[in-house]
Design a protein around this ligand. Structure first.
Ligand SMILES: CC(C)(COP(=O)(O)OP(=O)(O)OC[C@H]1O[C@@H](n2cnc3c(N)ncnc32)[C@H](O)[C@@H]1OP(=O)(O)O)[C@@H](O)C(=O)NCCC(=O)NCCS
Length: 151
């Protein structure tokens, strides 16, 4: 049975995780920033951001960047999410999202989790709807904003 987990990014694994983005198709590269860029975002903003590698057993297969909303400390954002193409369509994205949501809902005063995606990203939309995210009607930088209310 496959074991999907979120792991810390460190000196040993960061290059491998960064390079997963090179495997994305040209189409999917338009959906998410390169992991190396996201890691630099994290590096320069560690007060508000967090990042994890996504593993299947001991194989690194994806990346997630998340952070607190700077205007509203009750809202957390899942800012970037990617699964390497060879591992897509096997439920890894869904399991990783469930684990990130479980982690963020334990953050102090967390009342909502937001996520955004470009309108062309039908796969992401489907996945987020499956997990209970609802359309907020907001569009930010051309991306549709979905929200999961935490009660
Ligand atoms: C979006 C992404 C994270 C989904 O991860 P994944 O591991 O492939 O997703 P899962 O296998 O867990 O699929 C969950 C559901 O979404 C659907 N789905 C995922 N990707 C899809 C796609 N490209 N097209 C259609 N449906 C898709 C699956 O069919 C599944 O639905 P089902 O249970 O009804 O069959 C992954 O495709 C990815 O990294 N894409 C490139 C980067 C990206 O778009 N990131 C999101 C930016 S907002």
């Amino acid at each position: 049975m496959t074991n999907i987990s979120l792991r810390d990014i460190n000196k040993q694994n960061w290059r491998t995780i960064a390079r997963l983005s090179d495997q994305l198709s040209e189409e999917q590269r338009k959906f998410v920033a390169h992991n190396a860029i996201s890691m630099l975002d994290y590096h320069y903003d560690q007060d508000t951001l967090g990042q994890k590698a996504i593993y299947i057993d001991d194989t690194p297969v994806g990346y997630v960047l998340y952070g607190i909303d700077e205007q509203d400390a009750t809202t957390w954002w899942i800012i970037r999410l990617m699964i390497a193409p060879a591992y897509q369509g096997r439920g890894v994205g869904r399991s990783a999202m469930q684990q990130i949501i479980a982690m963020l809902r334990l953050m102090p005063n967390c009342r909502a989790i937001d996520i955004s995606f470009v309108p062309a990203n039908k796969g992401a939309k489907h996945l987020y709807e499956q997990l209970g995210f609802k359309d907020t009607g907001k569009v930010e930088d051309g991306e549709i904003v979905f929200r999961l209310d935490i009660t």
